[in-house]
Write a protein that binds this ligand. Structure first.
Ligand code: XMP
Length: 514
């Protein structure tokens, strides 16, 4: 275990991911965690992340200086580097010289930390103060035009640091430097693999549930719920029932993927509720996006709870478990720890005793999204599910601009399937974050096909790149791929006579149109 101490910037999660990419398990702790508490977890190393502040700022986040003398190896990055320098008697100065973004660094001595790193390379910086003198016992390894001490190490004591951010993509050799610290200075063993995760999780779920009752899991068709369900199925077999609500707003083939391929791959007990009519009736005449969301959310809970009641009504167990695909970033953001959650949610399920308690089972609480996909592959889930792009809960309901009807859904499903097929065909699935296809159902435009005038609907292609959906850029999909999509849609989907591409970034546009 490596602990990443979070000083409140956005970097801690990325650092934790990079450590795991080096096959060493890591978790994030807030900087307010007492050092004794960190040590009680027996970490092999501690990493101090970057932070927003200057070590001289009033109220700047700090850490018990004792952390540097416990014998546990420590790596400081950026702000953490300065805390280490200062905590051990080096000098940190307000030089007035700031470095932001791409910076060239000169490696004077490779030492252990910078072994095999070129003498000149580019790193990503973000700091105002600079370390001007390293603490006694440290070797200075690198500098920049304005920072005399940009990297140092004291291998004997297991201490090292860099002024830059090795975790970000724009830093050359960042992962190599991190691995040098982990492997050659902290002597961590690189044993964190998805095979271990699966085995550990199955065991811990068996312990949690024991013979106390049944579990229910809602499947959305996405990767998180599918992987969570597959793990729980391995742990408790047919005491897990999965519920899939077919609201009629899914894309072409998705329901079949869950019903047929997912069940074949995992053997889960699946209950499919065909609620298309109920959803479409409730959506009739509605055009406002937020109203659509509310209606879909409300109907979903109704259908899901009715299914739960039916499943649990068949048994006398008073304890029921609800499986959720909560990921590690959600846990960190809500201030929780990675351990098993003991949140109990009281569920208002019609027809069941009031004292029925749901206990949450969250097999993915320690995992990042990319790890969940690897676990999914490990479990043999269908590639279409494991690598599926994020898809909104309200489904195609918010990709039809205007009223949602069965006929319009069918048009959009055909156009969307062509776009997805061609993207896959071009080998671009993993480069594109999401590729919504939007039907402008209330708009018509004139076209000509053969010798005939047409009066059809436009669709909008909305391919975007993104890291987390908070910001996004329009994806530069190659023209020949766009051309094939456009030609096929206008040829194969009779109602569509125009294909357009949305080239708005987020912000100002959102990814979805509604
Ligand atoms: P926007 O459109 O806000 O989308 O840029 C950001 C991400 O969230 C997804 N999204 C939703 N997901 N229910 C969901 O479960 C929703 O109502 C919803 N609206 C947007 C969207 O697909 C993108 O990944």
């Amino acid at each position: 275990l490596v602990l990443v101490v979070d000083f409140g910037a956005q970097y801690a999660q990325l650092i934790a991911r990079r450590v795991r990419e080096a096959r060493v398990y890591s978790e994030i702790v807030p900087h307010t965690t007492p050092v004794s508490e960190m040590l009680a977890r027996n970490p092999k190393a501690i990493i101090l992340s970057g932070g927003p502040s200057s070590v001289y700022d009033e109220g700047a986040p700090s850490i018990d200086q004792g952390i540097f003398t416990t014998g546990t190896p420590v790596f400081g990055m950026c702000y953490g580097f300065q805390l280490m320098a200062r905590g051990l008697g080096g000098e940190v100065a307000h030089t007035g010289a700031r470095e932001y973004g791409r910076t060239s660094v000169t490696v004077g001595s490779q030492g252990t930390l910078l072994a095999d790193v070129p003498a000149q390379h580019t790193v990503w910086m973000s700091h105002g103060d600079s370390v001007t003198a390293a603490p006694a016992g440290f070797d200075v390894l690198a500098s920049t035009a304005v920072t005399p001490v940009a990297a140092f190490e004291d291998v004997e004591r297991g201490l090292a640091g860099v002024q830059w951010h090795p975790e970000v993509l724009h830093t050359e050799h960042g992962q190599k430097v991190l691995e040098h610290f982990l492997v050659n200075i902290a002597h961590c063993r690189q044993t964190w693999t998805m095979v271990n995760i699966v085995e550990e999780q199955i065991e811990s779920i068996r312990e949690q549930i024991g013979d106390r009752g049944r579990a229910i899991c809602g499947l959305s068709g996405g990767v998180d719920s599918a992987v969570a369900a597959a793990i729980v199925q391995r742990a408790i077999g047919d005491r897990l029932t999965c519920v899939y609500v077919d609201h009629g707003l899914m894309r072409k083939g998705e329901t079949e993927q869950v019903e047929r391929d997912f069940v074949a791959a995992t053997g889960v007990d699946l209950k499919v509720v065909d609620a298309e009519k109920q959803f479409l009736d409730a959506l009739a005449g509605v055009t406002d996006p937020e109203q659509k969301r509310k209606i879909i959310g409300r109907e979903f809970i109704r259908v899901f709870e009715a299914a739960e009641a039916e499943i649990l009504g068949e048994v006398d167990d008073k304890v029921a478990f609800l499986v959720q695909g909560t990921l590690y970033p959600d846990v960190v953001e809500s201030g929780g720890g990675a351990g098993t959650s003991n949140i109990k949610s009281h569920h208002n399920v019609g027809g069941l005793p009031d004292d029925l308690e749901f206990e949450l089972v969250e097999p993915l609480r320690t995992l990042f999204k990319d790890e969940v996909r690897l676990v999914g592959e490990q479990l043999g889930l269908p590639a279409e599910i494991v690598w599926r792009h994020p898809f909104p809960g309200p489904g195609l309901g918010i990709r039809i601009i205007g009223e949602v009807t069965r006929e319009r859904l069918d048009i959009l499903r055909e156009a969307d399937a062509i776009a997805r097929e061609e993207l896959t065909h071009a080998g671009l699935d993993r480069d594109i974050w999401q590729f919504p296809v939007v039907l402008l159902a209330d708009v018509r435009s004139v076209g000509v096909q053969g010798d005939h005038r047409t009066y059809g609907h436009p669709v909008v292609l909305r391919p975007v790149t993104s890291e987390d959906a908070m910001t996004a850029d329009w994806a530069r999909v190659p023209y020949d791929v766009l051309e094939r999509i456009s030609t096929r849609i206008t040829n194969e989907v009779r109602e569509v006579n125009r294909v357009t591409v949305d080239i708005t970034s987020k912000p100002p546009g959102t990814i979805e149109w509604e």
